[in-house]
Design a protein around this ligand. Structure first.
Ligand code: SAM
Length: 199
């Protein structure tokens, strides 16, 4: 079992993501938030962007994207993207940030669970504060029955997840538990996928 985020090989994972399809969570988030007219300056945030498949999609849909990822190996791909589209990338551990730009859409595909537990509540407060009224939050979270629960990261009960969403309009909250595979092999998944709007 991998006990810490540092043992997870995000560079290998991210390297294998080039050319894959945009994640449905990102598509649904844009549907809810609205595609923006060309040259608009609506800010969006992509937390744990990887190589920027979703950041590109958000930018192509009229958002100015602020992307963040701890993996330095994605910086070159993000730099290439920034040369063509309004994407501003920062290499950082999300556990270390103290603020985020205000945004109409905040996306986190399969990334927040890797933030260490003791930093998660502060990060969630920062995310909630950055979300503009009417803005859309679209995130994957991991549950306490996930195979990786107990390793370095944030694994939540259903009640924990409900508590995070108090005060938001929950558009969808899908809990899934299944045996499947991860990038590294067989795995029991317990996940929540949430789309919510700031009132
Ligand atoms: C499973 S990958 C998902 C990447 C991309 N969002 C996707 O959907 O393919 C997790 C991503 O989160 C990043 N990540 C993990 N822990 C992080 C942290 N504490 N701060 C910032 N990024 C982190 C990893 O480098 C990786 O790019």
């Amino acid at each position: 079992m991998q006990h810490s985020s540092f043992e997870r090989d995000f560079a290998a994972y991210n390297g294998a993501q080039r050319g894959r399809a945009v994640r449905p969570l990102a598509r649904r988030a844009v549907q809810e938030a609205g595609s923006r007219p060309e040259r608009s300056v609506h800010p969006a945030i992509d937390l744990g962007s990887g190589v920027g498949v979703e950041s590109r999609f958000l930018a192509e849909n009229g958002y100015t994207v602020h992307s963040f990822d701890v993996d330095p190996s994605v910086a070159a791909a993000m730099g290439d993207l920034s040369a063509k589209l309004p994407v501003h990338h920062t290499t950082t551990d999300l556990a270390e940030i103290s603020s985020l730009p205000d945004a109409d859409l905040i996306l986190a595909c399969m990334s927040l669970p890797f933030v260490r537990q003791e930093a998660f509540d502060d990060l969630w407060r920062i995310i909630r504060r950055a979300l503009r009224p009417g803005g859309i939050l679209a995130v994957d979270l991991f549950g306490d029955r996930d195979d990786w629960a107990g390793t370095d990261g944030t694994f939540l009960t259903r009640a924990d997840t409900d508590a995070l969403l108090v005060g938001l309009e929950v558009i969808s909250q899908t809990e899934v538990e299944r045996d499947g595979t991860s990038f590294r092999g067989p795995k029991h998944w317990h996940t929540y996928q949430v789309i919510a709007r700031r009132l």
